[in-house]
Design a binder for this molecule. Sequence first.
Ligand SMILES: Cc1cc2nc3c(=O)[nH]c(=O)nc-3n(C[C@H](O)[C@H](O)[C@H](O)COP(=O)(O)OP(=O)(O)OC[C@H]3O[C@@H](n4cnc5c(N)ncnc54)[C@H](O)[C@@H]3O)c2cc1C
Length: 547
Amino acid sequence: MSKLPLILAVDEDAEALERITSELQRYARDYRVVCGPSTEAALKQLEALREQDAAVAVVLAARGTQALKGEELLSRVHDLHPHAKRALLIPWGGWADEETADAIRTAMAVGHIDYYALKPWSTPDELFHRLVSEFLHEWRRANAPGRREITVIADPWSPRGYELRNLLARNGVPHAFHTCDSDEGVRHLSVCGQEGADVPVVVLPDGSALVDPEPEDIARHGTRMRTELVAPDGFDVVVVGAGPAGLAAAVYASSEGLRALVVESESIGGQAGSSTRIRNYLGFSRGVGGAELAQRAYQQAWVFGTTFLLTRDVTGLRPENGGHVVSISGGTEVEARAVVLAMGVSYRRLGISALETFEGAGVFYGSSPSEARQFTGASVFVVGGANSAGQAAVHLSRYAANVTLLVRGETLAASMSQYLVDEIAGRENIAVRVSTEVVDAKGDGRLERLVLRDASGDTTEPADALFILIGAQARAEWLPDEIERDARGFVTTGSDFETTLPGVFAIGDVRAGSVKRVASAVGEGSVVIQRVHHYLESTAATSARVP
Ligand SMILES: Cc1cc2nc3c(=O)[nH]c(=O)nc-3n(C[C@H](O)[C@H](O)[C@H](O)COP(=O)(O)OP(=O)(O)OC[C@H]3O[C@@H](n4cnc5c(N)ncnc54)[C@H](O)[C@@H]3O)c2cc1C
């Protein structure tokens, strides 16, 4: 039998099936295309493929009139082949039928389908192909075996290895990961002359190897992003942070002719980069991966001419000669006429010393797409009651045998969006434990057990991983005293986003009173540039008047 990944389509309508079969032939070089009328037969085939551990890339199914409806087949695919992309096929205008609309919304809400697809109407039907191609792109990026631009070989429990993989994933760099004792890992290490290495090794596209590299080495050689300023000339505006707010400010600043520098200490995309699917960002009706959105924004800013400096922290800021001097880790100082603070927030810690010991070795703050796969078949815990914790639980449930969501409060509904509460309720392998806290962790070199406390006392539970998403604190501690902050450390601004230091603006999550959403951060990032223009014009006019 062919080893090619499968594209499967099911529709009992003979005419539609013929058109779907004909359209899907476009993919037959790289995929095994199978189309048929029976949902039961499709299910049997998918069960057999699961037994053989065969790759299934895309499944499309029409609702139909059979005992096993299309949407039910797709919900089974979700269990059998969790990585497969799934869409419900509907005829043109099918969305107007209330029952079909309900089937689509329910299946999407509980994660049983990724989207719906209109059955092809003409030949070629590029609208149909757009969805299939997007599905294949996403599937291949996340799952496909084979050659990748960059390969990481490390112990799966190595915190350094985790840090490097996380950095690559969040910067949208396609990479493969092999454990150092796997056949592939051993082969890669031997080819690059690093046999028996007990530290992480990163193999670059040209075959050279970085041994136990620093994040800066990965940024410079792996992502080919700038970590040093060639000419630290003056900039019109320096943006601190490349989350959604900073990226939007960069796009608008550069597109409007300002010389802009963005300094980012970790990875492009900020918190949004760790979100596996942002479903409420305008224009992405089936959601968009946070890293994907961030990469698009980064490229947009880069094309307009923004200079980016990665793996560097802004550490200080002082007014000088009517402008500002921005200090950057590594000893660089840059002059800027205006500064936009977009540092966002960082995850609050639980403050349990045993958990700090296991960070990267089973304990993770936030959740990145790169870790979930490692926990296939495992028992994982997520702490937190807000949307980010809910999203992490749902994402992890695709891989883990069971996910336990630990919530300090008495209900989820108080702190989480209803669509996520529903999705969690629809996942059989997610358990929610309210009024429960983590109080200790145990293990030998990696997390193995958690001690949990609820009203009935302490219990010790086996745990392969713990993801902590319990809210956040502003990353504004390094700012000079002239910049006012509220009692919780968030930067206060006027309605024009200007802080108490003229020419310094604050946007996004770091700003006191901000909404803490991708769209609002992006909105503030675009609006603030207009304020920066006003400020620059007013200071230029003032200096022109000085004799
Ligand atoms: C897991 C998760 C899921 C989410 N899902 C959604 C969702 O579905 N929909 C939604 O609307 N919102 C979602 N959010 C919230 C959303 O991601 C944030 O509101 C948004 O990212 C805020 O953007 P920002 O640019 O203000 O800050 P951030 O995204 O926090 O970015 C700030 C950036 O600044 C950098 N930085 C900080 N200090 C410095 C410094 N001194 N020097 C240089 N760089 C610095 C950081 O490294 C970071 O990259 C989610 C958040 C998380 C964590």
